[in-house]
Design a protein around this ligand. Structure first.
Ligand SMILES: Cc1cc2nc3c(=O)[nH]c(=O)nc-3n(C[C@H](O)[C@H](O)[C@H](O)COP(=O)(O)OP(=O)(O)OC[C@H]3O[C@@H](n4cnc5c(N)ncnc54)[C@H](O)[C@@H]3O)c2cc1C
Length: 352
């Protein structure tokens, strides 16, 4: 049986980032991916790096802030090692809060929390009369990011096995000993489950992860286009440097169904045009759906399981692109026997 120091199940952004962090520590790593690396949730994401969104659970905020601070170095390192531009954009976000939140803030006017008048910051929103806040949040292109992570992992001699489904964790005297795939068995004293929305199905352990579907679309050709990420309560828009604008996203309990629905995509498209009229003549490039790894308390599942040598890093739900650097950092510490630099006790697999 071929053996490694660590086997990672799943080559999404979480598994690939962790493989790089472990290679930096000298571990021999195998990443086993059922399909094509980076083609599930990490391929579907918008790429907003939201530090403190209304949907970010309070317990997750410290980790989200730490990861956001790590992003510049994380993205540039992947970019340098892969030669792939990950489109890390620093222009910031314009947030249009829900009306009920605005009423809670007396004296809150359209211009009050902006560094310049809205029409000047974002000409495409010139006619909009809604209170807005400027946030120094970045965005990234997750498809480019995950491709860069794959290339960087290979460059650092992580082994990647694609088209190989992991069927179960192998245990020996209660400890992790490797994995059984649909083709063979591989040995390792450490196995990390980074299987995203499918992480709960790897016997013998069961984690309460579930798929949470998100549908999105991308358009091109808006004039004027957008400079900032736009977050409103009904819709978000994420511009890419090549002129594409992503419009998202639904949050649906629909099982493992990744089909898009024409009416839903049309509704998202119309909501975006209502907010940014210059999108009307823009051409729809594509529509897609992805499956976020959800958990019962909307928090990730990170750390050691009850089987020594078996770890999990999943359940990143709406924030997996943002949380990739900090997850890779702390999991690399924990699986190599060090104390986690940041407190991840709230995310323990044992809480369920
Ligand atoms: C529409 C949408 C918009 C989003 N927007 C954002 C955003 O703006 N910002 C943000 O931070 N996050 C966003 N997210 C969330 C983010 O995409 C996820 O949290 C993140 O991609 C999870 O990464 P992952 O590596 O855990 O999962 P995945 O990318 O799904 O990777 C898991 C991998 O494991 C593989 N796998 C599963 N089972 C097995 C098995 N048995 N054997 C081998 N391989 C297996 C899968 O094939 C898959 O490739 C969004 C998600 C969606 C769907």
């Amino acid at each position: 049986m071929k053996t490694w120091d660590v086997i990672i199940v799943g080559a999404g952004i979480i598994g690939l980032s962790l493989s790089i962090a472990l290679r930096k520590r000298g571990a021999k790593v195998l990443v086993v991916e059922r399909g094509e690396p980076g083609h599930e949730a990490s391929h579907a994401a918008a790429g907003m790096l939201v530090e403190c969104g209304a949907e970010t659970p309070i317990l997750l905020q410290p980790l989200a802030i730490i990861s956001a601070r790590m992003y510049h170095e994380f993205a540039h390192e992947l970019q340098d090692e892969s030669g792939i531009d990950v489109d890390l954009r620093e222009q910031g976000t314009l947030l249009f809060p829900a009306p009920e939140h605005v009423h809670e803030r007396p004296g809150f006017t359209t211009e009050s929390l902006l560094p310049a008048p809205l029409a000047q910051l974002e000409p495409a929103l010139a006619g909009l009369k809604r209170p807005a806040i400027f946030l120094k949040e970045r965005s990234v292109d997750p498809r480019a990011l995950v491709l860069a992570a794959l290339k960087a992992a290979k460059h650092r001699d992580a082994d990647i096995s694609s088209g190989t489904a992991v069927m179960e964790l192998l245990l020996s005297k209660g400890r992790a000993a490797g994995i059984r795939t649909d083709k063979t068995t591989y040995g390792a004293p450490v196995v990390v489950n980074c299987a995203g929305a499918w992480a709960g199905h790897l016997p013998p352990h069961h984690f309460p992860t579930r798929p949470v579907k998100g549908q999105m679309l991308a358009v091109v050709g808006a004039k004027p286009g957008l400079q900032h990420v736009i977050r409103a309560f009904e819709i978000y828009l994420v511009p890419r440097s090549d002129g594409r604008i992503l419009i998202g996203a639904t949050v649906e309990e629909a099982g493992y169904d990744k089909r898009t629905d024409a009416d839903t995509i049309q509704r998202l498209h119309q909501a975006a045009i209502d907010l940014v009229p210059s999108l009307k003549p823009a051409r729809v490039l594509e529509a897609w759906a992805g499956l976020r790894p959800g958990t019962p308390d909307d928090l990730p599942i990170l750390g050691a399981t009850t089987s020594p040598g078996y770890f999990v890093a999943t359940g990143h739900f709406r924030n997996g692109i943002l949380l990739a650097p900090v997850t890779a950092h702390v999991l690399a510490q924990v699986v190599t026997g060090l104390r986690s630099e940041y407190d991840i006790s709230a995310f323990s697999p044992g809480r369920f």
